[in-house]
Ligand binder design. Sequence first.
Ligand SMILES: Nc1nc2c(ncn2[C@@H]2O[C@H](COP(=O)(O)OP(=O)(O)O)[C@@H](O)[C@H]2O)c(=O)[nH]1
Ligand SMILES: [Mg+2]
Length: 494
Amino acid sequence: MSSSFDSIFALASPSVRSAIHLHRISGRNLIKIISPYIFSPNGKNIYKLNYFSDMPQDKPLSRYVLIKDQNGEMIDDVILTYFPAPKSYTGEDVIEISVHGNPLISAKLHSLLRNIGMRDAEPGEFTQRAVLNGKLDLAQAEGINQLIHTETLGGIHLARNTVDGVLSKETEDIREQLIGILSYLEAHIDFAPDEVGDYDPVSLLPQMKNAIKRLEILLGTYSSGLKLREGIKVALVGKPNAGKSSLYNSLLRYDRAIVTNIPGTTRDVLEDRLVIQNKDFVLIDTAGIRHTSDTVEKMGVERSLKTVAIADIICLVINIENIQQENINNYILSELNQFIHEVNIHSNQKILVVISKKDLLLKKDIHSLQWLDENSILNIDKKFNMNCLIQKFIFTSIDDNESLSQELVNLHNEMTGQLAKKENPALISTRQKDKVEIAIKCLNEAIELVEQKDYPEKISSIINQSRQSLQEIVGEIHLDNVLEKIFSTFCIGK
Ligand SMILES: Nc1nc2c(ncn2[C@@H]2O[C@H](COP(=O)(O)OP(=O)(O)O)[C@@H](O)[C@H]2O)c(=O)[nH]1
Ligand SMILES: [Mg+2]
């Protein structure tokens, strides 16, 4: 990026025809640079009016004004807001100009700004200046980027927390803990035992282990954060005609998937966002899993199996419409066993047994079938991890998915609940995750050295690497190419 002293500008809103276009300018002495082109509504140049200069310089200030180009030709009547440095987004003078939302008007404004020596901002350059001027740290800047790009309510929650500094505080706290350890080691490097006591690195172990524990908790938030941010993936699986697509449509509240009584209708995997009680899910309908010679259906079945592998919650949809009452339990069990035999369930996945078409079932059948009874559980494949199974049945029909919806919300809370709390920090980028991993790795290496009572110089050097890695989460990265890489994913105008 060019010099941080240039004045930069960008259209901060979309460039399509719309009610207004918001332009943003950042630089030094902006009012002085731009004043010759700003006029009051009655046509007087604002130079003479002290429009901005006689105002308190510590608050933003908005004015309805006219902007004219260098030839005195009107560009537009606009709302101009002036944020005097340092109380602005970037820490420099910032001016925002709302023009009528016509791309031609915006182009005219931009050509004026270029003509008076400003240049087009690069992606994320405003936020980069905010970081360089100490208005935000790097983790908060990443939070701002996600606040704009995230597609879920959960993502907004995480980004908000990061912008508010929750992650920064946690990494700073741990970093301070490491500085405490380092100061002990440094003392023993610089001073003799009669001045600072005997060298006993083992006394540092509890603090080091505590720091690792906190870092590991933080590391775990990356994957649970992904779930919160991207939505919990819920796959509807089961035999053809089980009622998966009907359930899919019913949860989405519109006819997205084709439903017929012809087995094998759904050939492809369908995916949609679903929000229940403000919780984000990605709902996935699959082709019924069965052995088939139809090439297209076969491809669908393969895709279904792949989908199962990435789902967080697998709803095994079972239709018991034609099963004799006394055989129902065994039937469900054999479906379940067959399913877990065919697919590989990971320990962090959950299986929900969903009994469909409840309107076709007798009330007493439903009543007697609420839970998997103990004998049945004994008959489940021994290799299967029972923690993955929600040991109750969920009954649904096209018209009633209430208990399934509620169970999905419960599982969502279970999987992301900690992170949904306001005060809990979370890692929101792979960059942050990498830094925490390095910090943990270094601390583990340091523990080995401590246990061998190695020299303080050696231990100190490796703990210092850990501290450095944590520091890089919030900032202190001086390499321009690293910063550029981070900010290149931002929007222009941000
Ligand atoms: N009565 C009743 N019929 C259903 C229900 N759900 C699905 N069906 C019927 O079962 C058949 C198969 O449904 P579909 O959703 O396509 O099953 P899929 O193959 O598992 O996707 C269709 O004829 C649906 O109308 C339900 O809740 N009640
Ligand atoms: Mg279907």
